[in-house]
Design a protein around this ligand. Structure first.
Ligand SMILES: [Zn+2]
Length: 178
């Protein structure tokens, strides 16, 4: 580790090296696979940042990037994004179901109560099914996923319950009116 010391710093240094340092660095990169891997990874990270619109990496990025590399060494690196995307997808499905339920209620107010009961039954069934799925899945996947799925389900169900309560209130009000 310590034999790479000046070179690691030079690879991650954001200011230009003097010609002598540059020559020594390239000499070391020719011989050292570890430092070459570091240089390649850092170059890719810089390119990605440049492409995504940031002209220069923020100060201290090299340190944070190194820390992240150390944390993720050998483990899954895209887990967090997958959890986020799955949660987002589930929340969107929940929102879609909510909108669909609301639309069908508004479209046929006379059947609202019947439809509410049917939906309540359906939703409670779905809730049990999804609980079973989460329970079964949680035994086979990492805990981060469970947290993401749980969050998504909570968001989806909070939306459904809110709409159901709103619909119930509306139906009760219409019943008094008619
Ligand atoms: Zn080295």
């Amino acid at each position: 580790m310590s034999t790479h010391r000046p070179f690691e710093d030079w690879i991650l240094d954001e200011t230009a090296l003097n010609p002598e340092s540059s020559r020594l660095l390239h000499q070391h990169l020719d011989d050292c696979r570890d430092c070459r891997a570091l240089a390649d990874g850092w170059e890719r990270a810089r390119l990605t940042l440049t492409r995504s619109g940031m002209a220069t990496p923020a100060p201290g990025l090299a340190d944070r990037w190194l820390q992240r590399q150390a944390l993720q060494a050998g483990s899954r690196s895209k887990g967090g994004w997958v959890v986020l995307l799955v949660s987002l997808g589930a929340a969107l499905v929940g929102a879609g179901l909510t909108a669909w339920g609301l639309a069908s209620l508004l479209g046929a107010p006379s059947e609202a109560l019947q439809s509410l009961i049917r939906q309540l039954v359906t939703w409670s069934m779905w809730y049990r099914v999804s609980s079973d799925i989460v329970g079964a899945v949680s035994r086979t996947i990492p805990s981060g996923w469970v947290a993401g799925l749980g969050l998504a389900l909570m968001i989806a169900w909070a939306g459904l319950i809110a709409v159901w309560l709103a619909s119930l209130k509306r139906t009760a009000f219409q019943g008094v009116q008619s």
